[in-house]
Design a protein around this ligand. Structure first.
Ligand code: GLA
Length: 687
């Protein structure tokens, strides 16, 4: 997408690239005018103008209010609010309203609702109460999509289609018969012959041999465990089925409005991980993501940074949209912490510094009723004269001052981290040596250490091209194809530096363990052979003879061609290798790559020490020199560059930079001191 805007996207000739959805950064959020009397709408548009809002998501849960009975439509209120928003210069990302089926549909066709593992059908009264394999639901859904797109496809307020809402979040699995039949078909297409499936799944275990695809059921409640290969395929099937629903809606929209961009909001971090968004990213016109911080995490900005870097990896580096985040507290955590003063701005700019070209909130006006009545919004229950609205308004001003950054890209990082939802799903499918092993925790630990050092990281799918990076981190990437394992080895052979942590490359794409010692896919590259996993108890720690510490995991093994960097100091593994490094023969580039293996889950301090070593070895520095803890991000358009400096600490932190701080409109000569909790966006003199 480009960053220009046209008055009506529907006027574009077919085939041209889509305009960005707003003039500069998109700013606004989910808007629910249907919850309010129309007098309130006037106040809404006035407040939107005060805050600089230019983009709202409309109609997300409004199916029951526009199709009031089967085939009976009332578009009056939607017509009026579309016109009002347009009159006030607010662009609309209009939702296909299919996330929440109307009560009349659920009453007429209760069979569209998902069924749990134990055979219980969902009841009415929630949202996303449908499953993607329901032919009945599909028929009704596509009919309302067609109606909405025909009615509003040429509306001048329309900027983008927002398909459904967080597909796979609340309707992630269904175990009903219709889904079962679709699952059998999916398996037949994947494996061709049932004997191939038996072989790949290893169904001889417990004698689960199938003689036809019709015998295979979704993994319903058994009281005992299912085959992990079956569980993983069911996750993949579910992701494909949900994607199939998105594509079906998208194709209706595409047919009727070929010039309007189409997306759906991902939840790369907060979703149960059923959906393989990296695969979905190819099907949307711009990647949009929802992100909510977890109040219980004192370093929640670090998790946000990780999420935003993942989303940028999915968008292939192109600007993406933060479709939802919160102005303050959410309402679905056990304890919903309010955001600290300034946190809303820091969060928004951290997403933008990592490639978002907009920051939208759920939601515009805080509900007085309904199940999200205590979720924060831009306009709180207490009204506009509040901390929250004041910050919303201030952020609107900031986004105008930094508008020139929109359309630029995040400068390519020298460090890549590989992350794959399919592998994370495999790790969750079936019992593992410990419940504490989690690839996200491992990845986050390294990412936090790199971020606090001001080092940029691209988080990419293991199938991505690795040339151009100096270092690659493989954090507990349990499942890996032969092809992608070979690409990682080739990267090191060509002079790259790789860090691989325990329980990586263990299973093939079919979820079968590679034999001959751990970590199967990387034994030769790493020059190690580990033979037995020694998981640790919940609070147990291991110490290494170089002073490092680990938890969760340890392993018994040997270095074959690698050097031992650190050994375990205690217990059954005392004196055995814990961290190893193999230096590869010098490459054609004249430099020797290294492959480091870490057989325990390192503490933060030890992970930091390992990252210091990796950065020195790979010759990688921070985005800009500065104090530890200061978030530093760079966006560039090729001729100009902007340094984002975000201080999450309670003390001032500095960064070396010369240029103009667009937020305070002041020159910075050599050193910028960022006050506690503040942000700066500096157009650099020397891009
Ligand atoms: C999700 C949904 C929104 C809202 C928020 C609350 O992101 O898309 O409709 O429920 O959660 O945090």
């Amino acid at each position: 997408m480009t960053s220009s805007i046209v008055s009506s996207a529907a006027d574009l000739p077919a085939g041209t690239s889509f305009p960005w959805i707003a003039d500069g950064f998109a700013y606004g959020g989910d808007y629910g005018p249907e919850q309010w009397p129309e007098e309130v709408w006037q106040e809404d548009v006035a407040l939107m103008a005060r805050a600089g809002v230019n983009s709202v998501n409309l109609g997300v849960f409004s199916w029951g209010l526009i199709e009031i009975a089967d085939g009976v439509y009332d578009f009056g209120w939607l017509d009026r609010i579309m016109a009002l928003l347009h009159a006030h210069g607010v662009g609309v990302n209009l939702a296909t309203p299919t996330a929440a089926p109307p009560i009349w549909l659920l009453q007429a066709h209760p069979e569209v609702a998902p069924v749990t593992e134990a055979g219980v059908r969902f009841s009415q009264g929630g949202r996303l109460g449908w499953y993607p394999c329901s032919a009945t639901f599909r028929r009704y859904a596509l009919r309302i999509v067609e109606k909405v797109s025909q009615r509003y496809g040429k509306h001048p307020a329309l900027r983008m289609w927002h398909v459904s809402n967080e597909l796979g979040n609340e309707n992630h699995h269904s175990y009903d018969d219709e889904t079962g039949a679709a699952w059998q078909l999916w398996l037949r297409e994947k494996y061709g012959a049932v004997e191939t499936l038996n072989d790949v799944w290893g169904s001889a275990f417990w004698g689960h041999h199938y003689t036809s695809f019709e015998q295979i059921q979704p993994p319903r409640y058994t009281g005992t465990g299912h085959n992990p290969a079956l569980l993983l395929d069911f996750e993949r099937f579910t992701s494909d089925a949900l994607l199939g629903h998105y594509v079906a809606e998208r194709d209706v929209l595409r047919r009727i409005t070929p010039n309007i961009p189409i997306t759906t909001n991902f939840m790369v971090q907060n979703s149960p991980g059923v959906v393989d968004y990296a695969a979905w990213a190819h099907e949307v016109d711009l990647v949009a993501n929802d992100h909510y911080t977890l109040g219980s995490d004192p370093e929640r900005y670090g998790e946000l940074a990780f999420s935003a870097d993942r989303v940028r990896g999915m968008s292939g580096g192109a600007p993406w949209l933060l479709m939802e985040h919160s102005t303050s507290a959410v309402n679905w955590q056990p304890r919903n912490l309010a955001k600290s003063p300034g946190e809303l701005t820091r969060n928004s700019l951290a997403h933008i510094g990592r490639g978002a070209d907009g920051a939208l909130f759920f939601q515009w006006r805080q509900s007085s009723s309904g199940s999200e009545q205590f979720h924060s919004a831009a306009v709180p229950h207490a009204g506009a004269e509040t901390k929250v609205f004041g910050e919303v308004e201030a952020l609107g001003g900031v986004l105008k001052r930094i508008a020139e950054v929109a359309g630029s890209r995040v400068a390519k990082a020298s460090v890549a981290m590989l992350f794959d939802s399919d592998s994370a799903s495999a790790l969750r499918c079936g019992p593992k040596p410990t419940v504490d092993v989690n690839s996200l925790d491992v990845a986050l630990t390294f990412h936090r250490e790199l971020t606090s050092r001001g080092v940029a990281v691209d988080i990419v799918h293991p199938g991505s091209r690795l040339d151009g990076y100096a270092a690659v981190i493989v954090p507990t990437l349990f499942l890996l194809s032969e092809h992608n394992a070979a690409a990682i080895a080739a990267f090191a052979t060509n002079g790259g530096h790789v860090v691989i942590t325990a329980f990586s490359g263990i299973v093939t794409s079919h979820n079968r363990v590679r034999l001959g010692g751990y970590p199967g896919a990387f034994r030769d590259l790493l020059g190690v052979r580990f033979e037995e996993i020694f998981p640790l108890l919940e609070h147990e720690r291991v110490t290494l003879d170089n002073g490092w510490a680990g938890s969760v995991w340890s392993e018994l093994g040997e270095a074959t061609t690698a050097q031992v960097v650190a050994s375990y100091t205690e217990g059954d593994l005392a004196g055995r290798p814990a961290v190893t490094r193999r230096t590869l023969p010098a490459s054609g580039r004249g430099t020797a790559g290294t492959a480091t293996y870490v057989s325990t889950m390192l503490s933060r301090a030890s992970a930091g020490a390992l990252m210091d070593d990796l950065l020195a070895r790979a010759g990688v520095g921070p985005v800009a020199a500065g104090d530890r803890g200061l978030e530093r991000l760079r966006r560039t358009d090729g001729s100009r560059s902007w340094l984002f400096a975000i201080n999450h600490a309670a003390t001032p932190l500095s960064v070396t930079v010369t240029g103009l701080d667009l937020i305070s409109d002041t020159r910075v000569e050599g050193l910028a001191v960022i006050p506690a909790g503040s942000v700066a966006v500096i157009r650099e003199d020397n891009p």
